[in-house]
Write a protein of this length. Structure first.
Length: 467
């Protein structure tokens, strides 16, 4: 890996992010009566997309917003400009990563696969109602939210949820409204999550435009799946595990980077190893990850974005497959799927990489890998607690398969698996080692405690359902 490319500045990145930050700050106070700082933010956003197909519409929207008379179409144009800028940052950073690791460029065709039409989009009236609520939020600003304003989303969400074509957008609106409701009144907030709420607002607003969600292109694939590691995201009421892997087509085509995700609702009392008990029955792939095996896929559906729509009936366990052998042989040649425009955001960058021969050290209370004259910050805390991949194991390692991310202006490495030398033998620790069960003493104890908690909760739920 050419680490110097990761440390070199990316031309135009700071300017694009500054324009986004200024607009995000304008949303804090609201756009109903914009002041000089907000007017400058609108102008900066328009300048940043000058020379693009958005230029004329965003310039008009910026002028109307400065005068305090912006309508729904103008808010949509401003959100589109913001999304385009973050998309350009995403593309510049992923291109830099591809250059650094020497990986082939992403596949073409994802944009076309998601193209939709206004006539095909269901619930046009409901989308208009959602758009109206989101524009009211922008006018009031995050400091102006109250329970009455936030409650305006409830009837829209309730009407959208029964429609499968609107359910994902309804879930986004529902979650966003729940966050806002928990923070009301906005005037008393000590700290506003400026970037997060602006992200949710702009994405939700763009998805209310008929045809914006489009149709997912799905194709069946047959071949061998070689897992690289598991990334776990946990919330108080939900958990998701995403398996990153290399797919080797049976027809001899180029290997591809793919993902397979599984999620489950959970009570906030189930943590640690208990998470695997909620996820394990839903996908056999977790067992293969835990056992260090490949999976043979037969006509498994995969989207143009590289997400496997997992079906246990189309997969069977394969031969043993070592994560580090897979990474050393195939990772640099595996092709990544192209990301769709609405999904292009720096926070979504999670590129599998292999690092070897580094020296781990502590710098300013964080772990850093030194390799061939350059340093890379490491975030071992993202590894799930339900596994043997501890910060100590990461610090003692010399090889690492991880996800290269970008956060707060720098690249970070999230370890998925590490390898260290213990008594002259290579010993590996994987984030998903306990995903399918474990004989590790610590893992067995954690599983036993989690089993008791899950059993009690299921028994109580059963009693409630029988009443």
């Amino acid at each position: 890996m050419r680490g110097d490319l990761l440390s070199d500045p990316v031309e135009g990145l700071d300017e694009a992010l500054a324009a986004v930050d200024a607009f995000d700050e304008a949303l804090v106070a609201g756009l109903l009566r914009p002041g000089p700082a907000q007017a400058a933010a609108f102008a900066g956003l328009a300048d940043a997309v000058a020379g693009t197909p958005l230029a004329a519409r965003v310039a008009e929207a910026a002028g109307r917003a400065t005068a305090g008379v912006a309508g729904e179409d103008h808010f949509v144009a401003l959100a589109a400009a913001r999304c385009a800028l973050l998309g350009s940052v995403h593309d510049a950073l992923t291109q830099r990563i591809d250059e650094a690791v020497g990986r082939p460029t992403a596949e073409d065709g994802a944009e076309e696969s998601r193209a939709g039409s206004a006539a095909a989009d269901p619930g046009t009236n409901l989308l208009a109602a959602a758009r109206s609520w989101l524009c009211d939020l922008a006018r009031g600003g995050w400091r102006g939210i109250d329970h009455e304003l936030v409650a305006g989303a409830a009837p829209v969400v309730s009407a959208m949820l029964p429609d499968p074509g609107l359910r994902r957008r309804a879930t986004l609106l529902d979650g966003f409204a729940a966050e806002l409701a928990a923070s009301c009144p906005g005037a008393t907030l000590e700290r506003v999550p400026v970037r997060r709420w602006a992200d949710l607002w702009s994405r939700a607003l763009l998805l209310t435009v008929p045809g914006s969600a489009g149709e997912r292109s799905v194709t069946p694939v047959t071949g061998r799946l070689l897992p690289l590691g598991v990334d776990v995201q946990e919330h108080a009421t939900a958990v998701q595990a995403q398996v990153h892997a290399v797919f080797e087509p049976a027809d001899g085509g180029a290997p591809r980077l793919v993902r397979a995700g599984v999620s489950a609702p959970k009570p906030d009392t189930v943590v640690g190893a208990g998470l695997w008990q909620l996820l394990r029955p839903r996908i056999s792939l977790l067992g293969a990850v835990s056992e260090g095996r490949s999976m043979e896929l037969d006509a498994m559906p995969v989207t143009a974005e590289g997400d496997l729509l997992w079906d246990d009936g189309r997969a069977r366990p394969g031969e043993p497959a070592d994560t580090f052998a897979t990474a050393r042989v195939m990772l640099s040649t595996a092709i990544a799927a192209r990301v769709t425009p609405l999904d292009r955001h720096p926070v979504r960058i999670a590129v599998p990489v292999l690092l070897e021969g580094y020296t781990a050290r502590s710098e300013e209370d964080r772990l850093v890998f030194d390799l061939a004259g350059w340093s890379l910050a490491v975030d071992p805390d993202r590894a799930p607690a339900a596994g043997p991949l501890t910060p100590e194991a990461v610090a003692a390692s010399h090889s690492c398969v991880g996800l290269l991310r970008w956060d707060a202006g720098e690249f970070l490495l999230q370890p998925l698996a590490v390898e260290a030398t213990v008594r002259k033998k290579a010993v590996a620790a994987h984030a998903g080692a306990w995903a399918g069960g474990t004989t590790d003493k610590a893992g067995v104890r954690a599983e036993r405690a989690a089993t008791d908690a899950v059993a009690v909760l299921r028994e109580r739920a059963g009693r409630l359902l029988r009443k």
